[in-house]
Ligand binder design. Sequence first.
Ligand SMILES: *Cc1c(COP(=O)(O)O)cnc(C)c1O
Length: 236
Amino acid sequence: MSADTAYLAENWAQTRRRVDDACRAAGRDPAAVDILPVSKTFGADVIRAATALGLHRFGENKVQEIRGKSAALADAGIGWVMIGHLQTNKAKDVARLASELQSLDRIELAAALHRQLQQAGRTIDVLVQVKTSPEPSKYGLAPGQLPAFLDALRAYDSLCVRGLMTLAVHSGEPAEVRGCFRQLRELRDQAISQGHDLPRLSMGMSGDFPLAIAEGATEVRIGTAIFGRRAGQGVN
Ligand SMILES: *Cc1c(COP(=O)(O)O)cnc(C)c1O
């Protein structure tokens, strides 16, 4: 555990430094960009070690993992952030256990969550996930559907809509990656001009966060750079 803590502490400090550097390079205030540590596939022991660094918000992409880890870490005051594709029949778990959902991408899911949240007497923050890359493997709302979707979400007052989230195309071409982030920012700016309050842009991961910060990310989701390589993760 102490070895874990030293390893995490060094990775965390280096990640924060790199994010701060990217902010300065983009002419932005480092205080305006948060880091969401993505702990998917890592166990409760690793996450507990990370809480010793003052981290209390963790991104996960599977409901089953949130279920197991939130039980094991019930005393740790953690806010669980769901960032992966969510099946409608698992809305109840997110309504019970998560503090936030960043992958809201369809109205049936919003309706199911709202129903469960009302029963639980809770509200949660949500980001709308928009599909800015052409890969079929990526989820998200089609950009053209965003204005109507945001209007429809007004009916579900247990969902506090705070902004947008995206995953950029997986490409070695920085201009293509940056184009995805730019599109999300432009969609956010249009939505603001239509009266929506959307301060947050969650975009950028270990391999592409400087480009996201250059395009206005307010939050980057970082897994590998903090926790190390995941089992089964490629080396590209
Ligand atoms: C895994 C994951 C991340 C973090 O990816 P890294 O490359 O490990 O930093 C960010 N966002 C989502 C949606 C993820 O599933």
